[in-house]
Structures are given as C-alpha cells and as structure tokens.
Design a protein around this ligand. Structure first.
Ligand SMILES: C[S@@+](CC[C@H](N)C(=O)[O-])C[C@H]1O[C@@H](n2cnc3c(N)ncnc32)[C@H](O)[C@@H]1O
Length: 297
C-alpha cells in the first residue's frame, strides 16, 4: 500500500481514510522551511565511532546534561530542523498512521516489523523560537509498540550525529541503524539487509513487515528508491509528494533534452505529456501520481 502526503486536502483525505480518524484539516499556507547543511554524499553508514570534527566537539560541550530530554519534545541543545506548522501537521498524520500500523499488525507471526526513514533529519523540529516537536524518526521510536528494527538515513552528517545522540538514550537503541549518505544509494544496503532477514525460511514465521516514510525536502527522492523498497515482501510506503518543488521545476524540465530531477523523481519521462495536457489544472498532480504508482503494480 502506498500513501502520498502533500500540501493539499485531497492527499490528506487519502491518508485519513486509512487512519480512520478525524477529518482532514484545513490547508496551512506556510511553506516548510528547507534547512540543514548539505553535505556531499559520503557512502558511510552505521553508528560506528568517527573522529569528532570541531562542530561535534562544540556541540558535545553544549549538550552535557541535556540527555534526559533527548526523546522529549523539548530543547536539548542538539541540532533541530527549523520547520513550520505544515511540518507539524504532516508529522501528526505520520504519528497516527504509525500507531495504527503497529497496533493492528503486532500480533501476527512476522519475523520483524521494520521502520525505514530515508530522509530522517536530526530527530527534532523547531517551529519559531519556542515550539519544539519530535521529527519522524523519534515519532517512530516512541510509538506505543516498538518496531523490531529502525533504519534511519540522512545525507547531512550533523543530522545523523544528532539523531544518534538522541537515540542513544532510548531503551531501543540497539534496534536503531543509522546511515549517512544519499538515500537513493543507501536504500540498496537497507533493502539487502531486510531481504537477508527474509531470505531464510523459518517455519511458522512470515517475512518481515515494513513501513517506509520518504520525506524529501525537495526533489531529492528518486523513483528508483521507491521501486527498490516496493520489491521487498511487505512494504507500506508513505511518500511526501513535493508539490512546490515540482511546480517550480516542471515548466523548465518539461522541454529539457537532459534527464532532469523531475524525470528522476517520477522515474521516467512519462510525466511530460501528462504535464503538457493538464498543466494549470488541479487534476494535474492526481494524474501524475496515478500514472506513476500504476507502474509499481
Ligand atoms: C524534510 S527533511 C526531513 C524531516 C524529517 N522527516 C523530520 O520529520 O524531521 C529532509 C531531510 O532529507 C535530507 N536529505 C536531503 N537529500 C537527501 C538525500 N539525497 N539522501 C538522504 N537525505 C537527504 C536533508 O538533510 C533533510 O534532513
């Protein structure tokens, strides 16, 4: 099953009917804040020790004594992601979905229930000067019933470090696997790990059940990543559909002879004639989503 999240009521309605909870909220006009120092992809992964760089040493000094609130929606002096009400709303949907997912599925003989967050961020978001709320990885970590394993990835090294610090005080820390680098590459490593877990036949046990949340800030997600995840046995996908990024890039990308970010996001050039037919109309994105997901089946 795949659900798309975007800044539009009709997308919310799709998710709401899965969660079976209160009606979709009103639109929020604030844009999500794009933040985070972009680091070049370093194809390293895991939580292994690394030589602390100066920003890590500085942060280390800042955070002494704050560990007790690492998992709480409070300031803990670690890096946070600046965000707006839109991000809060999106994460509220995620939280409700995750809770329904784990509560309804926990008593089946899965060999594991995995949460995969490929654009994880640092674990906390700050809205304005005072409001702090949990980011997607910590929401999943604090759900009513824990997952068997958590796979978190982000290409920003500082984000991964902050997330690791926060996870380190969780009783579930042994279940957390953090990856630094481009998720469109890291996904192969994560998918292979899960496939390895599933490969061995265990009598009476079902393959693992997986939930992936893909929350790129712009057009950073390649469709090939979605396809890789979808090839795993039991995979629920929640994908953030970057409406604003697409609206910005599509007019230029439509006529480009090169492979554009939009082509990579949709996984082919099939979006181009759809865009030409429906541009300027509200149905455009519905058409694009339907066409793209139809290719997954
Ligand atoms: C919208 S934020 C995610 C926020 C997060 N879900 C939360 O709830 O706090 C997008 C994140 O993706 C990371 N990112 C951007 N491009 C990436 C890529 N190609 N691979 C991995 N991470 C990437 C950014 O560093 C940023 O932390």
């Amino acid at each position: 099953m795949a659900v798309l999240l975007g800044r539009d009521d009709w997308v919310y309605k799709e998710l709401t009917c899965w969660i079976d909870c209160k009606p979709a909220p009103k639109r929020v006009n604030e844009l999500p804040h794009r933040s985070g120092r972009r680091m070049p992809a370093r194809y390293t992964y895991g939580a292994g020790p690394k030589k602390p760089s100066s920003w890590k040493e500085e942060r280390m000094n800042d955070v002494q004594g704050s560990a007790q609130c690492y998992l709480e929606p409070r300031n803990d002096s670690l890096p946070m992601r600046p965000s707006g009400p839109w991000a809060r709303e999106k994460l509220d949907y995620l939280e409700r979905y995750v809770n329904v997912f784990v509560n309804s599925m926990h008593n089946k003989p899965w060999r594991g229930i995995h949460y995969i967050d490929l654009f994880a961020g640092p674990g906390k978001c700050r809205a304005g000067n005072t409001e702090v709320h949990l980011g997607s990885p910590l929401i999943a970590l604090k759900t009513t019933r824990p997952f068997t394993r958590y796979f978190f990835a982000d290409m920003n090294e500082e984000n991964v470090w902050a997330l690791q610090q926060r996870c380190s005080v969780s009783p579930l820390q042994e279940r957390v696997h953090c990856f630094t680098g481009d998720s469109n590459l890291m996904v192969d490593v994560i998918a292979e790990r899960i496939a390895t877990i599933d490969r061995k036949y265990v009598p009476g046990q079902w393959p693992s059940l997986n939930l992936a949340f893909l929350d790129p800030a712009g057009l950073d997600l390649n469709w090939s990543t979605v396809e890789t995840l979808a090839r795993l046995n039991r995979m629920d996908l929640i994908v953030h559909y970057p409406l604003m990024g697409l609206a910005r890039y599509m007019p230029r990308a439509c006529d480009s002879t090169e492979t554009t970010k939009v082509d990579l996001f949709f996984g082919s050039r099939e979006w181009r004639p759809i865009y030409q037919k429906w541009q300027g109309q509200r149905k455009l994105h519905r058409q694009l989503i339907d066409c793209t997901f139809a290719n997954l089946k």
